[in-house]
Design a protein around this ligand. Structure first.
Ligand code: C5P
Length: 403
């Protein structure tokens, strides 16, 4: 998924010939998973029709302060539009609109919306070579960037006038990439690698049977999605799970048993800055795995078990700078046991799931956690969805990173 996934983009279109390219831009934004609304200057409608842009954006397009119809007049509230947006993109922006933006003139809906915008505003100029090279244009671009708006440079090439030079609006694909990279650069976990273990492990008894547990992987996958959306590279080492994650930042490594999870974890732990052990690893495995399916025609069946390796403790014993997070599931003396576990396994944070909390835990879509940090500060959370809990866990981790 793109960093634009789920983002609300307000696209402002002004009257440049490049306005026809905004139909591709709207499609690119939608394909990236964003929601798009369009505001146009009245003159922009001569270059691309509101019908095209409203069809592609699946939202009404506005260009006037009032929408006039036979029955009624509807006030298009520019403040609401501006506040709706996670980001505003003005493309193409003409020299005229840039000058007005720079001076705070708001004689149309687009400009009034710009003045009300609280989010980042990207602007992609399009004009002829001489206009682009005029010092007024340079002054206006500087005024806008000084104010925090983000300039998407025009491209070099043939211009509508027939001249060749700088001034063409950046291509829709380039605008999309520019905004994605700009947003990705601001994410708090950019350049960080997060290793996660998730799901159950299956310990083979024979070729068809295993010892497993009820872990669904939901919490671990929610953590993977959250880490990726914060900009991290994620290595998700998962036992058998029906969960999926669709994000280019997540590399999924599928394992079956505790031994395989141990090996995969040690293969990747060097690269990790943060490691979260969310997997419900089987504590025991059959000492001998039968190569043939065990027959049922026996009076009694005994399986001799031996402990699996504690993956988290083994990482705690060799960790360098990694921020290590463990999970604990306790039924009594929860906080004390969790604190003891944090020390014994050399963790930086422990997340306690309580079996005493109704509607939380295994297979549920919700969870209720208590976080305990290295200084024994205890934070008791409310019952929340697993994605919300994942966000809380990363907020806590990032606080420790900043400290
Ligand atoms: O000791 P306990 O099983 O309660 O510890 C739970 C924590 O240790 C969890 O974070 C779990 O993922 C991790 N763990 C592990 N390897 C094991 C057992 C638990 O990584 N064999």
């Amino acid at each position: 998924m793109s960093v634009l996934g789920g983002k609300k983009i307000l696209l402002g279109v002004t009257a440049g010939i490049a306005a026809y390219k905004t139909s591709y831009l709207v499609r690119n934004f939608i394909k990236a998973g964003a929601e798009v609304k369009v505001v146009m200057t009245p003159a922009a409608k001569d270059f691309v029709t509101p019908l095209t842009l409203s069809t592609l954006s699946k939202n009404p397009v506005h260009s006037e302060f009032y929408s006039k119809s036979e029955e009624n007049e509807l006030w298009n509230n520019h403040v609401d539009l501006a506040l709706w947006a996670d980001l505003m993109v003005i493309a193409p922006v003409t020299a005229n609109t840039m000058a007005k933006m720079s001076e705070g003139i708001c004689d149309n809906l687009l400009l009034a919306t710009y003045l009300s915008a609280k989010s980042t505003v990207y602007f992609a100029p399009a004009m002829d070579l001489d206009m682009y090279q005029h010092q007024t244009t340079a002054k206006n671009i500087k005024a806008l960037t000084d104010r925090g708006d983000v300039f998407i440079p025009p491209a070099f090439g043939e211009l509508a006038s027939g001249l060749e030079g700088e001034g063409r609006m950046a291509e829709p694909e380039a605008i999309l990439n520019f905004i994605e990279n700009h947003l990705a650069d601001q994410l708090p976990l950019r350049n960080k690698t997060v290793l996660l273990t998730a799901g159950p492990t299956y310990e083979a008894i024979d070729p068809v049977r295993f010892i497993g547990n009820h872990s669904s992987g939901k919490m671990g996958f929610a953590l993977a999605r959250e880490a990726a959306s914060l900009g991290a590279r994620v290595i998700l080492i998962s036992g058998p799970s029906h969960q999926s994650v669709n994000h280019s930042g997540v590399k999924r490594v599928d394992v079956m048993s505790a031994d395989e999870m141990y090996a995969a974890t040690h293969q990747h732990i060097e690269a990790a800055h943060i490691a979260i052990f969310c997997a419900a690893v089987s504590d025991f495995k059959p000492k001998i795995v039968s190569s043939q399916k065990i027959k049922k025609e026996v009076a009694q069946m005994h399986i001799e078990l031996e402990p699996t390796k504690d993956i988290l403790a083994s990482v705690g014993a060799i960790k360098k700078d990694q921020f290590l997070v463990g999970f604990a599931l306790e039924t009594e003396n929860e906080i004390d046991n969790a604190k003891e576990k944090m020390k014994r396994k050399n963790l930086d944070l422990i997340v306690l799931n309580s079996l005493n909390d109704k509607g939380a835990g295994f297979r549920s879509d919700n969870n209720k956690i208590t976080m305990i940090d290295k200084n024994n500060v205890v934070k008791i959370g409310d019952l929340k969805s697993k994605p919300e809990v994942a966000a809380d866990i990363f907020n806590e981790i990032m606080k420790s990173f900043e400290a």
